[in-house]
Every structure is written in structure tokens, then in C-alpha cells.
Design a protein around this ligand. Sequence first.
Ligand SMILES: [Fe+2]
Length: 306
Amino acid sequence: MTVRSLQHVALAVPDAAIGKKFYTDFGLEGRDDGNRAIMRCHGRDQDQVILVEGPKKRMHHVCFGASAKGLAALKARLQQNAVRLLDPPNEAPGPGLWFRDHDGLLVNVREAEAAPWLDGQELSFNYPHRIGRPGQPGYPPRDTQVRPRRLSHTLRFTPNFEKQIDFYTRIVGLKLSDRAQNIVAFMHSGEGPSDHHIFGFITSDKPGYHHASFEVGNIDELGMGACRLLDKGYRDGWGFGRHVIGSNFFHYIRDPWNSLAEYSCDIDHIPAGMDWKPTNYAAEDSLYVWGPKPPEDFGRNFESED
Ligand SMILES: [Fe+2]
């Protein structure tokens, strides 16, 4: 296998400053780099979202990390499968291999590993059978900073559902975690421990960017982050709830271009060497265990309409 981490997503947007403002409000930290804005998580030495200028919002590329050995194996597989290697793009250059998937998305796999991220504060809960916080109030300070710790995963729309799963598992080196029929599929890294999913697809008539998800320290940060963005006037995407596939708590907020940014925590973890057996969920039992009903536009591919 090859891919061991999701390193960053790059989005082309009409105005990088608007994107930088959104992700700063979301809790990331940004810096300008010429026409680009580069967003990171507090205390973590890794780019997470790169905003480059483009006429319309599109995912510009996705970047995965691999070992040197994994990268060499990937190069051989790409050549065996007649996938053309490309030069790095001028507007977002970087090392490693560059190629396109079945939907034309630019993919970069470079020698890199995930940088360490900050700890989350562990919450103590009072359960009916076990008091975890005797004599102590549990509410978080009102000035708690909401700081996403890292980019967790990203999901794309595709009209080539099976082809894309095949491409990313057989050639790029991800592994299928779980799927729901021909609607949605999630993949984890092919090497080492991994979140339940770092990349995935949802069926659509055209390619597009659905969301990126960022792990916060705990459920208080998730709730406070979403409420603060709603107070600032950003539009609710969907939440608060708990997913079935991956189990993570979620709250999605619409970004300025009608795609979504997700706060998440407590996603399922797949240890290194574990042979995770994918489940093919029924469509009606795949999305969430509890939470408000998803809004009608949750699965709408706005990119296919412009
Ligand atoms: Fe997600």
C-alpha cells in the first residue's frame, strides 16, 4: 500500500481573502503567500488548506503523504496503469508525484508524514453508574478557544463512483473502510494507523467538492465552534449529530461557496495492521444515528449547477 496520511486540500476560490476569513472564523490560522492563503491548525507544523485564486470554487488538488518506499511503489503502479505523471502546478508547487484521477482531480502524493497535533482536553462525565466529576462543575469556560487540531478527511462528489474507488484503492494505495451501496464510500490510509476515513466519495452527476472535516479537541469545542459561526451569520450545514459510518460527532457549516466545513470528534480508529472488514450499509442506515434531519441541500452538488 502507499498512502499513509492526508496532508492538505487545496481549493481554488474567487477570493482567497474571503476564504481566509471563513477558515479563521472556523478556528484555523492563516498567512498570505502572494495570491494564496495558507491555513494551518494551531500549534501544528503542517499546511491544511491552501487557497489559490481561480474563477470558481473548485478543489485544486488533494495531497497525501507516503514513505519514500511507498512513493517509489506508487510511481511504478501509475506507470503500469498508464497514468500520466505531471509537472507540479505553478500556482501550488510541491514535491512528489502529481497526476489526475478519473474525474480530472489533480492528486499529489509526496514523501511526508502527518505532523503531531495538540492534545484535546479530556472531559469527565457523570454517568448514572459512575460519577466522573464529583463536586466539580462541568461547563467549559465561555472563552474556550475552538481550535481544530488537524484536517481529518475530505469527501468528493463523483460521477465515476466504482472507477474512483478502484483507482484510489488499487493504484493510489488507500483501503476501503465502509460504503453505502453505490451512494457513498469512505477510505482509510493503506499504511499505519488511520482514522476510519481520510478520503471518500458521494455519487453525483458531476465531480465536485463536498466537504473537509477538522477534528476538534472534544464535544464542547464542536458545539461552541458551530454556535459561534452561526452567530457570525454563517449558514448551518447540518448538525449536531452522530454519524453511522465512522461514528464521529459532527456539525457542518456552509462555507462561502456552498460547500461544507465539518467540525468532528471521536471518529473510529483503525490500528496499524488491522484487517478492517468493509460493511456495505443500507442507504437508510448509513448517514446518522441521531441528530436533526439533514437539510435537503446537504448532498447537493452546487458545482454541477454552475
Ligand atoms: Fe465528514
